[in-house]
Design a protein around this ligand. Structure first.
Ligand code: RUQ
Ligand code: CUA
Length: 651
């Protein structure tokens, strides 16, 4: 009785908040947004969400983990940008992950997370995500929710048509948004046509550990390759890419790349590509790119430099690539769960164009081509077109699918989510979004078995939706119930950075495999110290290495003397705890790196360069016990020329 009174109080509060926010503009939220919606997203304290949502951070470079339906934020996983909270990219163990052929790059633009699959179903082992700016693909291990691999993509600029996986995670793919000179060189921009190329990359994934390896690239004409999706079912073995700027314009693209009535969806037969590779029909090109791998046993990332890449040229290799004409500057290309429909979302079109995979195969057999470009056949539009969703809205961007034969498309210009039926192409329902949606996500969306239930729409613009925070306001995600004929807006929550795609998965697939601690006996870190009695301080020239342990609630050693101005001090900290959720952190006055947060059983290295003579404190940054405030120590820093011997105290 008591409980239900409390609950209804919460519902009334939430409801009245929603009503009062929307009262200025009644079109903002429908009045049905009441008890019912609040109940549908309410996860009582202590209970779990049904789904995980991995939402890309866009220009934050990170990946955030939310629960659905509650919209609660659980973790921000640092991927392409350094992160002060976790020491990611600052500490010795993780900084190699951010190496590239352009040097150490502390920032990235993350777009499209995609979860690994087995037999066309999400298996929840890894999330792959692309970096658009300095082209890279990362792997996040979902047993620890940490980035464990980042591979640079050569011959690419604007790694946007990435990072989707095939139905058995045979490959994760990457594609270039901007075409660039191939090979890259100093040349006049006006000679773009024919000299600039767009490269599509296929990275094979090791089924045991998820490790990536760039198997081959396909050298395509100098268009912009915007988005991609894998075939599935019968179309497994194919990958589809949208292109725009088939005009090959190099200035004022806003106008010059919108001339052609139709651009293309490129259909790439990657099984054919594998055959050509086996037959040796590739050319090997010199390159130099970074492959950064985090080793869980040494808990340290290392960089390998790769010097060669295999390239296939579709002009010489029949059957490898076909172009499917698609109106008008298509952005998203999405494949329905059966693998039959290839949905092209023309940004400048009011219709959604759908091609048929079986018609495509027939057209290829019957050679129904309307021409060719750069040696690649263009399939006749009518021969491949399955149908169009007419006047569905303005500015279609992305489409996802449920498990009942419906598709859902986001419309950027008209700010709508539109539900339509596969096969009949009729619009079933439309709901406003607030405002200007980019991607949407249905859990399991990029797989043969979507889970349905919710659509999460990610909006680029929020204007008056939240309390103002100065000129910069948040982007948002909106959750729709899609179980009925009519969709229902349930929840609206701010996101970290600008979300592009997201990937959702039932929590039950991931939860059981989530690690609680790192086992001390498996810790092979070069500087691991497995007992307080093994701690020590060692000088190597100007380097001072502190082999340190933490356990509630003290550092060993805690007081260190004999450090000099101009030294570089390495705190190699092993957290001896073997209990779930007991990290310790270390921070040192004047440190110009980040503090580090060390998980139970883990060793991490924090560096500090003392600049001033004196006695300087360090302390634990994570409130680990009632005596956390006592978890502290000092370092005595003497002048450069002093000859005070290194000494330290063990408790
Ligand atoms: S994009 S908002 Cu970077 Cu996937 Cu379409
Ligand atoms: Cu250890 Cu606070």
């Amino acid at each position: 009785m008591k409980k239900s009174i409390k609950l209804s109080f919460i519902f009334i509060t939430i409801t009245s908040l929603l009503i009062s926010c929307s009262s200025k503009d009644s079109s903002k939220t429908n009045s049905a947004l009441g008890y019912n919606s609040a109940e549908k997203v309410y996860v009582p304290p202590g209970e779990y969400d049904e789904f995980y949502a991995f939402i890309s951070g866009g220009f934050s470079g990170q990946l955030s983990v939310y629960g659905l339906p509650s919209g609660r934020l659980f973790k921000i996983i640092p991927v392409f940008s350094v992160d002060g909270e976790k020491g990611f990219g600052f500490n010795e163990e993780t900084k190699n992950l951010l190496n590239t052929s352009f040097g150490f790059i502390p920032w990235g633009d993350s777009h499209h997370p995609d979860i690994s699959q087995t037999d066309g179903k999400l298996d929840g082992r890894w999330v792959f995500i692309n970096e658009n700016n300095t082209p890279r693909i990362a792997k996040v291990d979902l047993s620890v929710f940490e980035t464990t691999e980042i591979i640079e993509i050569p011959n690419t600029a604007g790694n946007h048509s990435s990072s989707y996986v095939t139905e058995n995670t045979e490959y994760v793919i990457a594609g270039t948004r901007f075409s660039i000179p191939f090979p890259q060189r100093d040349m006049p921009i006006k000679d773009y046509k024919g000299n600039f190329k767009g490269v599509l990359s296929f990275l094979e994934v090791d089924p045991d550990n998820g490790n990536m390896n760039l198997s081959f690239q396909i050298m395509m004409p100098g268009f912009d390759y915007d988005k991609a999706h894998p075939g599935r079912g019968d179309s497994h073995g194919w990958f589809f890419y949208t292109t725009y700027n088939t005009e090959e314009a190099y200035s004022l693209l806003e106008v010059n790349a919108s001339q052609n009535d139709k651009d293309f969806i490129a259909a790439v037969n990657w099984k054919k590509a594998e055959e050509y590779i086996k037959q040796g029909k590739f050319k090997t090109f010199k390159t130099n790119y970074a492959h950064n791998m985090y080793d869980e046993s040494t808990q340290t990332a290392t960089t390998k430099w790769i010097k060669e890449v295999k390239i296939l040229d579709p002009a010489d290799l029949p059957g490898l690539v076909y172009f499917l004409p698609t109106p008008k500057s298509p952005h998203g290309v999405d494949i329905d769960p059966s693998g039959e429909y290839i949905v092209g979302n023309g940004k400048l079109s009011a219709d959604v164009t759908v091609h048929s995979f079986s018609k495509m195969i027939k057209a290829i057999e019957e050679e129904k081509f309307s021409g060719e470009t750069y040696g690649i056949p263009i399939i006749d539009f009518e021969a491949v077109h399955a149908g169009s969703v007419k006047q569905a809205g303005l500015g279609p961007l992305h489409t996802e699918f449920d498990d009942n034969g419906y598709a859902y498309t986001s419309f950027f210009i008209s700010s709508e989510l539109v539900k339509w039926k596969l096969g009949t192409w009729e619009v079933i329902d439309r709901k406003p979004t607030f405002y200007s949606p980019g991607h949407l996500m249905i859990p399991g969306g990029n797989s043969g078995s979507p889970f349905g239930k919710y659509a999460l729409v990610m909006n680029k613009i929020t204007k008056d939706r939240y309390l103002p925070t100065g000129p910069e306001v948040t982007q948002s995600a909106q959750l729709y119930d899609i179980t009925g004929d009519k969709m229902e807006l349930l929840l609206d929550f701010p996101t970290v950075g600008e979300p592009h795609y997201a990937a959702g998965i039932p929590a039950d697939i991931i939860k059981p495999q989530s690690k609680k601690i790192y086992k001390l006996e498996e810790n092979k870190h070069k500087y691991a110290t497995l007992s307080p009695s093994d701690t020590k301080v060692v000088r190597k020239g100007k380097e001072v290495h502190i082999y340190m342990t933490t356990i509630r609630s003290h550092f060993t050693p805690d007081n260190i003397e004999g450090v000099r101005v101009g030294d570089k001090v390495y705190f190699h900290v092993t957290n001896l705890e073997q209990d779930y959720d007991v990290p310790h952190g270390v921070a040192m006055i004047g440190a110009n790196t980040s503090e580090i947060l060390v998980m139970p059983g883990q060793t991490e290295t924090f560096t500090w360069e003392p600049k001033k003579v004196g006695v300087w404190p360090f302390y634990c940054t994570d409130f680990c016990s009632a005596l956390h405030q006592e978890m502290q120590g000092y370092i005595r820093v003497s002048p450069r020329n002093s000859n005070i011997k290194l000494s330290w105290s063990l408790d």
